[in-house]
Design a binder for this molecule. Structure first.
Ligand code: SAM
Length: 278
C-alpha cells in the first residue's frame, strides 16, 4: 500500500492519528522536502514518529518515482507531504504511477496552506485563483501572477499568493553543464514579492497601461506566511524602502501561544481585506 500522508503546517504533532498509525507501520517512509516548509526539521519528525525518514527531493520524486514505489505492492510505503498531499502542487503523478503498477494507495489528508490562509480573516469562499509568485532571474521575469491578481480583484476576489521556494536547485549554468551542484535553499520573503509586484506596476505605468486602482494608489497589502520564523522580514533597508513606497505589511505569527491569531497591532478591514498595519 502507498500512503500519501499530509503533515499539516505546524510541527511534528500536526500529523493526524491516522497518518501516524500509517507511518509507524510502513517499511519505508519518504519525506517530500522541496515544495513546502515545516517549522521543524527531519530529526524532530523522526523522533516523534519513531521512524527513520528518507528525504525525497525533486529529483527523487520526479525522476526516480519507480524506486520510490518499489515493493509497495507487497509492503507499506509512506510519502509524507507538508500540508495536504493534494494542496496546490498535486502529487497526482505518483498516484497515477502507483495505479499503473497495480499498487493500492490511500490518502490521509491534513490542513493545507490553501485553507489555513483563512486565519488572516478573509473568507475562503471569496478567494479567486491562487497564484505563485516566482523568483525572477535576469532573463526570466514573468508577470502572469500579477494579471491573475488583477483579475481576481476585478471579480471582487482575494488572492492567495504562494511565494516561491527554491530548495536544491541547480543554477542554469550547472544545469546546462550537467553538474550536480546545488544552490543554497531560498525562500521568497514578503518584501521580495512586493518588490516584484511594484516593478510590474512601474513597468505598466511606463507603458501607459492601466492597473487596478488599488495598485495605482500605491497601497499593497501583504500577509506574511503562517509559519512563524520562516519568512520574518529583516528590519533592513529593504523593509523600510517598501514602507516609504506605500507598501503596508501585516504579519500573522503562528507561535504556540498565538495559534491562528493575527499578531498584535494589526488592523484589518475584514470586508475588503485591503488595509493592514503592524
Ligand atoms: C505547492 S504549495 C504547498 C502545498 C502544501 N502541500 C499544502 O497543502 O499546504 C507550495 C507553496 O506553499 C507555500 N508554503 C509551503 N509551506 C508553507 C508554510 N509552511 N508556510 C507558508 N507557506 C507555505 C509556499 O508559497 C510554497 O511555494
Amino acid at each position: 500500500m502507498l500512503y500519501l500522508v499530509g503533515l499539516g503546517l505546524g510541527d511534528a504533532k500536526d500529523i493526524t492519528v491516522k497518518g501516524l498509525e500509517a507511518v509507524r507501520r510502513c517499511r519505508r517512509v519518504y519525506l517530500e522536502a522541496y515544495t513546502s516548509v515545516l517549522a521543524v526539521g527531519k530529526e524532530a519528525l523522526e523522533e516523534f514518529y519513531g521512524k527513520e525518514l528518507i528525504l525525497a527531493d525533486r529529483e527523487m520524486v520526479e525522476q526516480e518515482a519507480d524506486n520510490l514505489l518499489k515493493e509497495a505492492d507487497v509492503c507499506d510505503v509512506a510519502f509524507l507531504v507538508v500540508g495536504d498531499p493534494f494542496g496546490a502542487t498535486t502529487h497526482s503523478d505518483l498516484v497515477l504511477r502507483a495505479v499503473k503498477l497495480g499498487i493500492p494507495y490511500k490518502v490521509i489528508h491534513n490542513a493545507s496552506i490553501m485553507n489555513a490562509v483563512g486565519c488572516c480573516g478573509l473568507q475562503l469562499y471569496n478567494f479567486g485563483e491562487t497564484v505563485s509568485v516566482v523568483f525572477w532571474t535576469d532573463t526570466w521575469q514573468p508577470e502572469s501572477f500579477f494579471d491573475k491578481i488583477e483579475k481576481n480583484r476585478q471579480n471582487g476576489m482575494h488572492t492567495l499568493c504562494l511565494l516561491d521556494i527554491k530548495v536544491k536547485e541547480q543554477s542554469l549554468e550547472n544545469l546546462m553543464k550537467g553538474r550536480k551542484i546545488y544552490e543554497p535553499p531560498r525562500y521568497m520573503t514578503v518584501n521580495q514579492a512586493a518588490e516584484q509586484l511594484l516593478a510590474i506596476i512601474q513597468n505598466r505605468r511606463l507603458q501607459g497601461l492601466k492597473t487596478d486602482p488599488m495598485f495605482q494608489s500605491g497601497s499593497l497589502g501583504l500577509a506574511e506566511d503562517l509559519q512563524g520564523g520562516m519568512r520574518r522580514e529583516p528590519d533592513g533597508a529593504s523593509g523600510r524602502r517598501l514602507e516609504e513606497r506605500g507598501v503596508e505589511q501585516c504579519s500573522f505569527s503562528r507561535s504556540s501561544k498565538q495559534d491562528h491569531k493575527p499578531a498584535k497591532g494589526i488592523k484589518k478591514d475584514l470586508k475588503s481585506g485591503r488595509d493592514c498595519k503592524v
